[in-house]
Design a protein around this ligand. Structure first.
Ligand SMILES: [Zn+2]
Length: 285
């Protein structure tokens, strides 16, 4: 988990300025930079004659105005990768201004934008057709149970939301976040004909298959550290006891967030039958 330097905000991730990425994709960064959001949430306008907006972002009036103005009357769909508060709340305002319907998986019950009401409730592998381009919804639970990535078939660009970020590590936050599901979702991406990743935060990522492999290995290395921390603790250990050992390479300022992912790793190891948990204390079997 690496901290993001929000002051080093390069020009092309400056909020509010449409950045053309290729003939069918434009990115506008929302003005919500922070430790968790990097330079801000990326909103993508996808298509040419007609446009789908992927991740409208936080409900910020200036951001929605920037999207509408870049859309020049062509916005036909609003698609959300998931319903965390930095990704979907602008959907309602954008729909009111453009009339475009909202496509998303329904919000689960906790820590989500429950006000989002999809006009189209997405199922795995659903297609969104928009003026000659097609977005395929690839269900990728893990960061959030209702997370989908969108694959733009014409150029192999995969919009990854918070499943894969650039410049920071994705937090897996149980119980809606699930490490086992996250790893399975990463492995599923390896089967896709994808050529570039367009993350919800940060720059485009090239060599997508190598990046996905790197992320899987990163998680498995962390899982190994977590396993070792439990086995070497000498007694059934709490999250707070395990944190300094399992995340000794992560700055203390990030430990509160790391504790969430640590719980997700521990839950997975218990599910896998490697560890046991009794009253918030973890031990070997
Ligand atoms: Zn999220």
């Amino acid at each position: 988990m690496s901290p993001v330097d929000v002051n080093a905000n390069p020009l092309d991730l400056k909020p509010g300025i449409p950045q053309r990425l290729d003939s069918e994709v434009t990115r506008i960064v929302a003005p919500n930079a922070g430790v968790m959001t990097g330079a801000g949430t990326n909103t993508y306008l996808v298509g040419s004659r007609e446009l789908a907006v992927v991740d409208p972002g936080p409900d910020d009036e200036s951001h929605v105005q920037a999207i509408v103005s870049a859309g020049e009357g062509r916005i036909r769909w609003i698609a959300c990768t998931h319903t965390h508060f930095d990704h979907s709340p602008a959907a309602a305002r954008l729909k009111a201004l453009t009339g475009a319907p909202i496509a998303a998986m329904r919000a689960p019950v906790t820590d989500h934008d429950l006000r989002l009401v999809p006009d189209r409730s997405l199922a795995p592998d659903d297609l969104i057709q928009c003026g000659g381009v097609t977005l395929r919804a690839v269900h990728t639970p893990g960061h959030a149970s209702n997370h989908v990535c969108f694959l733009l078939s014409s150029n192999g660009m995969l919009f990854t939301g918070d499943h894969i970020m650039q410049g920071s590590t994705v937090v897996i936050w149980p119980p809606d976040g699930n490490m086992r599901a996250y790893l399975e979702s990463l492995r599923r991406l390896l089967e896709l004909d994808m050529r570039v990743l367009a993350p919800g935060h940060g720059y485009l990522i090239h060599s997508p298959h190598a990046e996905v492999e790197r992320l899987i290995q990163h998680r498995l290395r962390r899982e190994d550290k977590v396993r070792q921390a439990v086995l070497q603790a000498g007694e059934p250990a709490t999250i707070n006891m395990l944190l300094p050992r399992a995340y000794d390479d992560v700055p203390k300022v990030l430990h509160e967030m790391a504790a969430l992912s640590l719980r997700a790793h521990l839950d997975k190891l218990v599910e896998d039958g490697e560890l046991r948990c009794r009253g918030e204390r973890y031990s070997g079997r």
